[in-house]
Design a protein around this ligand. Sequence first.
Ligand code: AN7
Length: 339
Amino acid sequence: MAGLIERWRDRLPFGPGDPVVSLEEGSTPLVPAPTLGERVGAEVWLKIEGANPTGSFKDRGMTCAVSAAVREGAGAVICASTGNTAASAAAYAARAGLTGAVIVPEGKIATGKLAQALMHGATVIALRGNFDQALQIVRELAERRPVALVNSVNPYRLEGQKTAAFEILDELGEIDALCIPVGNAGNITAYWKGFSEMGAAPRMHGFQAAGAAPLVEGAPVEHPETVASAIRIGNPARWEEAMAAMRDSRGAVAAVTDEQILDAYRFLASREGVFCEPASAASVAGLLVHGAPEGAQRIVCVLTGHGLKDPQTALEQAGSVVPCDADGEAVERAIYGEA
Ligand code: AN7
């Protein structure tokens, strides 16, 4: 299968001779969720973005942002990140032979994402501050230094990420509503761009974590907090565009608590066989808590990142292992109980 620039080139700002930095991202599974569908009384599909090469939707944007950076002759990329952008930027920079620097909030990114960024050879700066401060710093730094900023303020990121909407329409034809987690608000903006370019207008329902819900509250959150570390963001860069997407599509933005997020996280893993990270489960938590949008029969929930990104939260939320002697009968007892 081709990467997404190759697959969707006629809808992307890349010509035939342009350099392409790809890990064959995109074309992710769209999986029916019958148990979830039964609960909410609608047909529900899961867009499994954790199946991208670095385990999140960021790869869609990164193939475009890094390809454009190479085309422009950049030698380095930089980003602020709650983790997934860092992992993806580091991988695509390594692939392109560029140096990469990623600024993450110290102690607040999931273990898998940190391992990825380090393994791909990026300089990882652990900022004593939050994502919003990190983004402010890299925006200023990118003005002073010859480095490509690959956060979703970079328009190429949105171009790449809009292709997920193309894939959904390709497979399902029309849909009535999209449920999606919202952090820095780039992805919901990108999906709406993708749907609009295809003449589709599903209702866009964005969900934020209750402790990091500036769009719901209508004001920046100075100290965002949530178990869903990927969306621990208090002042989204794409604020206006995200609100416009939800307004123009007759959707809405709403909050879900950490408890609701974790319920949906365990439900997806244990009942649908789909393991996503906590931030991703916000889309399903939103659907479960707020119900299917009125009149919506076919709904897609975007699962933005893989569950393996955050093994610590998984182990805290899951059952414990059963210790056992290396003895057949002991194993049998452990599985089947006392005979
Ligand atoms: C799994 O990596 O912002 O609303 O720096 O990793 O487009 O920000 C991650 C965001 C949802 C929110 N789900 O998307 C980063 C970063 C997952 C994420 C979001 C993120 P946006």
